[in-house]
Design a protein around this ligand. Structure first.
Ligand code: SF4
Length: 288
């Protein structure tokens, strides 16, 4: 890429400019998370929607610590050797849900390949504890690929009965070796397919970041693969480089093109679609 080209990639197009959050609800969200020591993917991934989401009194909880056992090239979450699961976390997350008056909670985690169940038991414990304190709360999980334990982990999560079970394929298969070297496209599809079989009343969901250099026909191929395994929900958003060590943005996709992808996805049969430059898997996840 020429220097001029690199320079223009660094300048954000108008449609990607976002205001910081302020106001009473934003401050309450911030204070509650801080006081209870809750990690969020909003902060750890430097999500551009934080101002918007926190001002609406919602946040996505990051459980099982903020050190990942993998090192995806699009992600700014730290990697290395994680700490053991924190037994106080389920109670703290439940308190947070109560204090924020939540009706819908998205819970995600780093990859925990160091744990035999990939962290499934801890996910379940967080949900069960939240339900004790806020019985009406609905849950959306965004889980890792449970590399060595898909069946066992799903068996554990069965009793948690999430409303939505999400696992992100993140990008097209040809970009896995550069963007997601620890991942495996087929393994990710397999997890979503097994989920549909073992939790038939739970909606399955996946997300991709666009702008990493994927081709339209490759993306269409992924959407068809997802529908072929019964995936219900889809989120498409713009990849934004979270740190100087992360992959460069190859292309800024226009809002019109995101709208076009939304139409394509609906035609393929996805029942819930979010597709816009700022879409993230948890963005407006609570909208039915
Ligand atoms: S889109 Fe998700 S990760 Fe980003 S700020 Fe909103 S809730 Fe947090």
């Amino acid at each position: 890429m020429s220097d001029e080209n690199k320079q223009s990639k660094r300048r954000l197009p108008e449609w990607l400019k976002r205001r910081m959050g302020t106001g009473q609800t934003f401050n309450h969200t911030h204070h509650t998370l801080d006081t209870l020591g809750i990690e969020t993917i909003c902060t750890n991934a430097d999500c551009p929607n934080r101002g918007d989401c926190w001002s609406r009194g919602t946040a996505t909880v990051l459980i099982l610590g903020n050190i990942c056992t993998r090192n995806c090239k699009f992600c700014s979450v730290g990697h290395g050797k994680p700490l053991p699961p924190d037994a106080t976390e389920p109670e703290r997350v439940a308190q947070m849900a109560k204090e924020m008056g939540l009706k819908y909670l998205v819970i995600t985690s780093v990859d925990r390949d160091d744990l035999a169940d990939g962290g499934a038991e801890h996910f379940r414990d967080v949900i069960l504890q939240c339900r004790e304190i806020v019985p009406t709360l609905e849950f959306e999980l965004l889980v890792p690929d449970f590399r060595d334990s898909q069946e066992e982990s799903l068996e554990i999560l069965k009793s948690a009965l999430p409303f939505v079970f999400g696992h992100n394929v993140e990008t097209v298969p040809s970009l896995y070796s550069t963007a997601r070297p620890g991942g495996d496209y087929r393994r990710s599809l397999a997890l979503l397919e097994k989920t549909k079989q073992s939790l038939p009343n739970t909606q399955t969901k996946s997300s991709l970041m666009l702008g990493l250099g994927e081709k339209d026909d490759e993306l269409m191929g992924v959407l068809k693969d997802l529908r072929a395994i019964g995936c219900d929900r889809l989120a498409l958003g713009q990849y934004l480089r979270p740190s100087k060590d992360s992959l460069e943005v190859v292309e800024y996709i226009t809002p019109e093109k995101f709208d076009w992808w939304a139409e394509q996805a609906k035609e393929l049969g996805f029942t819930w679609v979010q597709s816009s430059p700022f879409t993230r898997s948890s963005y407006h996840a609570e909208e039915k």
